[in-house]
Design a protein around this ligand. Structure first.
Ligand SMILES: Nc1nc2c(ncn2[C@@H]2O[C@@H]3COP(=O)(O)O[C@H]4[C@@H](O)[C@H](n5cnc6c(=O)[nH]c(N)nc65)O[C@@H]4COP(=O)(O)O[C@H]3[C@H]2O)c(=O)[nH]1
Length: 837
């Protein structure tokens, strides 16, 4: 009686498939058909898909399933026989022209592999573990995989070795040495059933596998393609199996090494590229010279500088690219590095062959062999020419005056500080000369700033011509210059006289006429001098002392010099206090005008001089001598002068209503600064029109000294006012540098004989002679003459005798309030002229 065996058949050529006779075919199919024939089994093939086959087997719907790989999981649900029916493994196949030897060679290859197969996931892991980057191309079946490789749409295909060996020749493919995932294939039965089947299978397999001529090998040969596999004993399979694992490991290990080397090489290449990029883009010149100072390496910047290629530059020395002097300097530094073996930082000035001179900040260091010997130097040079120029420019801007290029206040202070400190080690005298132009501001205002600048430049040239190299001349701003003489005699007396003679020379030099934009201009200077030899003095102190002395020179009438004395300081303090007080006085109306009569020979009132008084709340009535100079020095004279003019004009308007006083002119003192102010004439005219005073009754008193400088503008201002009717009187006449030539050009109505001549008139024949001359001059120039400071009848009479017919003085009346003038002059008894005889 035959045994009925239902066997699952699925399609997996050449291992198992359904034959054309509807019986199992392929290696395992033929094998079971042969066993069934021997055992008289009645085989009933059941066609199924792989997964379905396994389910049928588990449920017992089929009795036997071929081509099942053993695994512990499967052993739990199926029974297996002992001798494997077939060994199988996965293998990689390639086109015959490819030369893939190991997994590593799969780098960047396209691998066709069955989608969802166990090979796909295994291979994926395998490639990852070797860090091989390959592209897996999923296919539906093995035929498609081989077709892709044959058509060069994939580089290799993965297949089980059975199929591969059988089919590869048809696609002109070859097996690579890459094999993995070996598996033993069995026939399986449902758990606990059909042990007889398994036993019989084992029996035949043992028998046939031991005999190379058995049906087993016939079948294998039939399905194994053209080259039959040699007989390999079963235990050899095990050994082979182990070997293969080893091989995979060895190939893997080898590949690992190769991968590491390749990675390292790649890494080195990348770092070298990176380094080259850095070296060639960096804004510095980097080079290596051997001990003969020949170039061994240079970055792109060096090549660009030398206008050459690296290959041409190598082996050359600096002589090919720089002038002789530059080479000498460079090599001196290079040799120092070679001989001392130390890093060197230096500033190098190089002249290239094209003549350009550039400054470099260079760092040079020795390069050593392992034994410490130096084989080259490496240099990094950065072009700092522009930075240096900027620094110099900044320095120039910070320490020099842009107009005159002279050192400015900051640099002067620095040098003075150094000069003072140096006195601790070598005692000697020095001097500071504070030089201030006398009418710069007015000139600047009237002639314009361009002309002012020209004047300052010419003054600078004149000053520079007078000093020696070790002295400093600085401009502090405006028209203030300071000269520092550092190396004067240790003997302070001699130092002082040297400074004084230099000061006088400067005064003379500066008072020479200037040619400014086609105009001839005159100016003078005032100089304050302070000597220094004490290292403990401070810079501020010295500058202040020189300034005070200069101020003193101004007060002394300008165009002169003064030395600093301690008294000056207290005077300066007092002056500062006055100034502060005056500012208050101006706002709180503490100033008032007094009037002093001017009379003729009959004692009849002919005019009045307005004289300012300060009614101080605590100090009482302050005379002008105590505050006018301060007002002049501080500029307060400008608002004060305007107030005086306005006040005097108002008085004129008031008197214009009076029957007797309506024709009396008022003389008003005008200070230098006020007069030279560019707005002076306009201010006077405006005050006249504003108050309504008659211009011909206003007489402006100016002094000789204020006429000297800037003759042209003086004449212009005077003429402008004269044309409107205003009169001028020249005050203090005879005390200054009167010269006929300018007197003739001035629209003067009156000359005023100075008080000092009148005082000694009776005792000093000289004074009488002077007065006589003045009177004669006045007559020649058609000017009235008035004598001031007439205190006695004798003086008056003598003056009349000499030809003077107008007088002012205590004899006729003290300065007093306007009302006093009314009262007194309209009631007083006139003093008639009584000739001596
Ligand atoms: N010894 C003596 N002196 C006499 C006699 N008669 C008049 N004096 C004084 O002589 C000065 C005449 O004025 P000054 O020479 O222009 O000299 C003036 C003038 O330069 C200035 N000053 C006065 N008022 C003004 C003013 O309103 N503006 C300006 N800018 N300066 C003024 O102050 C100076 C002094 O003014 P004052 O103290 O008022 O002094 C006045 C007057 O009081 C006399 O017989 N004997």
């Amino acid at each position: 009686e035959s045994r009925d065996v239902r066997i699952g058949v699925y399609q997996n050529s050449p291992k198992i498939m359904m034959g054309t006779d509807e019986m199992p075919s392929g290696i395992l199919g033929d094998l079971i058909v042969e066993i069934a024939r021997q055992e008289h089994w009645q085989l009933t093939p059941v066609r199924c898909e792989w997964q379905q086959c396994l389910e049928l087997l588990q449920s017992g719907a089929i009795d036997l399933m071929p081509d099942v790989a053993f695994s512990d999981q499967r052993a739990a649900i199926f029974d297996f026989h002992h001798t494997p029916s077939l060994y199988s493994w996965s293998q990689v196949y390639q086109n015959s022209e490819e030369h893939i030897q190991s997994i590593i060679d799969l780098h960047n290859k396209r691998i066709a592999v069955m989608d969802g197969s166990i090979q796909q996931s295994y291979l994926d892991g395998l490639l990852k573990s070797f860090s091989v980057n390959a592209q897996l191309v999923p296919v539906r079946n093995l035929e498609e995989a081989f077709e892709l490789v044959a058509g060069h749409k994939a580089d290799v295909a993965v297949s089980n070795a059975r199929f591969g060996d059988f089919q590869a020749p048809n696609y002109h493919l070859e097996a690579t040495p890459i094999m993995f995932q070996p598996a033993k294939l069995f026939y399986a039965t449902p758990k606990g059933k059909n042990a007889d089947l398994l036993q019989a299978i084992d029996h035949y397999l043992d028998l046939w596998q031991a005999d190379s001529k058995s049906v087993y090998y016939d079948i294998l040969q039939r399905w194994g393609g053209k080259v039959p596999r040699p007989l390999i004993p079963a235990q050899i399979w095990w050994w082979l199996y182990g070997l293969m694992a080893l091989l995979v490991l060895a190939v893997g290990g080898n590949a690992l090494l190769r991968r590491q080397v390749r990675q390292k090489t790649r890494f080195l290449q990348a770092s070298e590229d990176k380094l080259a990029t850095i070296l060639n883009t960096i804004d510095s010149y980097i080079y290596i010279k051997d001990t003969q100072l020949k170039y061994q390496y240079a970055n792109k910047k060096v090549c660009d500088l030398f206008d050459t290629r690296l290959e041409e530059l190598l082996g050359k020395s600096d002589e090919a690219f720089f002038d002789e002097q530059t080479c000498l300097n460079l090599h001196q530094n290079d040799r120092k590095v070679l001989s001392e073996g130390k890093r060197l930082v230096a500033e190098e000035v190089n002249r290239s062959n094209d003549g350009r001179l550039r400054t470099y900040h260079s760092i040079k260091m020795p390069l050593r062999h392992e034994d410490g010997s130096i084989y080259a130097i490496c240099g990094i040079s950065t072009d700092i020419t522009d930075q240096k120029q900027h620094l110099q420019e900044i320095h120039r801007l910070a320490f020099y005056d842009t107009l005159t290029q002279l050192p400015n206040r900051r640099l002067l202070i620095e040098r003075l500080q150094t000069a003072l400190s140096s006195r601790e080690v070598s005692p000697r005298s020095g001097a500071l000369l504070f030089i201030d132009l006398d009418n710069f501001k007015d000139l600047n205002d009237t002639m314009g700033h361009d002309v002012g600048d020209q004047l300052l430049q010419q003054v600078t040239q004149r000053l520079q011509a007078e000093i020696s190299a070790q002295d400093t001349i600085a401009r502090l701003g405006g028209d203030e210059f300071v000269m520092m003489l550092d190396q004067l005699d240790t003997n302070s007396g001699r130092a002082r006289s040297y400074a004084e003679s230099l000061g006088r020379r400067l005064l003379a030099v500066l008072s020479r006429p200037y040619q400014l934009s086609g105009h001839i201009c005159n100016t003078t200077a005032s100089i304050g001098i302070t000597l220094f030899d004490d290292p403990k003095s401070t810079v501020e102190e010295l500058l202040k002392h020189a300034d005070l002395a200069m101020y003193q020179a101004k007060a002394a009438g300008r165009n002169t010099l003064r030395f600093f004395t301690p008294d000056l300081q207290s005077a300066a303090l007092a002056r500062a206090a006055v100034e502060a007080d005056m500012r208050v006085a101006l706002v709180s109306r503490q100033f008032l005008l007094h009037y002093q009569p001017q009379v003729d020979m009959e004692g009849k009132l002919q005019g009045a001089e307005a004289l300012i008084r300060w009614q101080h709340p605590s100090k009482g009535l302050i005379p002008p001598a105590q505050f006018i100079p301060v007002a002049e020095a501080t500029g307060l004279i400008l608002p004060l002068g305007q107030w005086i003019l306005r006040q005097a004009c108002r008085q004129l308007v008031e008197w214009s209503q009076h029957p007797y006083l309506c024709t009396i002119p008022v003389a008003v003192n005008v200070s230098v600064r006020q007069f030279h102010h560019p707005d002076f004439a306009s201010d006077v005219l405006e005050i006249l029109s504003e108050t309504g005073a008659a211009p011909h009754l206003l007489k402006l008193e100016i002094t000789e000294s204020q006429l000297i400088s800037n003759m042209e503008s003086t004449i212009y201002t005077m003429n402008r006012l004269r044309r409107k009717g205003v009169h001028f009187s020249l005050d203090d006449f005879g005390t200054g540098y009167s010269s006929l030539s300018y007197l003739k050009r001035l629209p003067l109505a009156q000359l005023k004989i100075d008080r000092s001549f009148v005082r000694d008139l009776l005792n000093d024949a000289n004074d009488a002679a002077i007065i006589k001359t003045i009177i004669a001059l006045g007559q020649t120039l058609d000017m009235h003459i008035i004598a001031e400071g007439v205190e006695t009848l004798e003086q008056r009479d003598k003056l009349i005798e000499l030809g003077c017919h107008l007088f002012q003085g205590y004899l006729f009346g003290q300065p007093g309030p306007a009302e006093a003038l009314h009262r007194e002059y309209l009631t007083r008894v006139e003093v008639p002229f009584t000739p001596d005889q």
